[in-house]
Design a protein around this ligand. Sequence first.
Ligand code: PMV
Length: 349
Amino acid sequence: SNTSKGSVTWKTPSNIALVKYWGKQEPQIPENTSISFTLDACFTLTTLEFSKKENNSNDFNFGIYFEGKKKDDFKPKINKFFERIQQYVPFLKDFEFVIKSRNSFPHSSGIASSASGMSALALCIMSLERSLGKVEMSDDYFNKKASFLARLGSGSACRSIEGELIVWGNHKEIDGSSNLYGVKFPYKIHENFRNYHDTILLVDEGVKQVSSTIGHQLMHNHPFAKQRFNQANDNISMISKVLQSGNLKEFIAIVESEALSLHAMMMTSNPYFILMKPNTLKIINKIWEFRINTKSNICFTLDAGANVHVLFPESEKERVNNFIINELIQYCQENHYICDRIGHGAKRL
Ligand code: PMV
């Protein structure tokens, strides 16, 4: 075909890692394998408008609107992304683009939007490539290449193409796994994890003091780096079995240890830093207390920030929701929280 003008829209989810990615080599090759739940309520909606360039400039031509407003301060990041992926999508320079993007979650919520944002843009570019019709493309190829491109924008974004559980990073016990893109967890997932919940408690809605870019860099020459990467890879082996067996006690032990190990890496790097807030610890202690008192399978995980992700099975949703509302919301900034759950991946609209 000779597509010269058009637009494409993708809705792509955020994701929350169960075994964390922290540490990489160029070009966005993870030091260890990670696995995440794809989310549902936290998503980015991106429309890519494209038209054939009139001029023959050798620059990337694009404008960017975020939440309805022109957002030139996002340009350097997108330009860098285009530069990184240019060799894989050489048609980019033939077009002028307008990128229009918005998130379902508040901009300053402290929820990382890079995963959903970069995966949305990667999928839009893949739809453009498909419409150009130069190569025959299976859905599998489409998803893998979208994940590959998203990875070059933000590592964890490669886990935001499909659902429900995505593995990124080559691992001997995960068939088909790769350092270059995320793949669906290839084994049958136990029904205990069906519709698993993730209620995100917004402890601190501010911009975090240390970016994940810096955090990854600090894993170079980190005194515990090697042990950490081994630990994560061992945890992948264990969680792979747990996801198939449905053993929630073991699931909890791995997931909480991963969250605290991630933050332990931050506290022991040079320079060191702490992203948790007093209320993060208050919530963690409340969750532990509730678990002991009620034999619930509630647990927590953390991203690179102060917010707490509260994970629990569908079967416990009523009593855990009551607990969250009655006891945990008070530690959130302005009582803000987001009820999310495991999701099925990106959708073209
Ligand atoms: O994708 P990045 O470079 O923003 O790194 C994200 C790292 C963590 O969110 C802390 C962990 C993970 O695996 O998602």
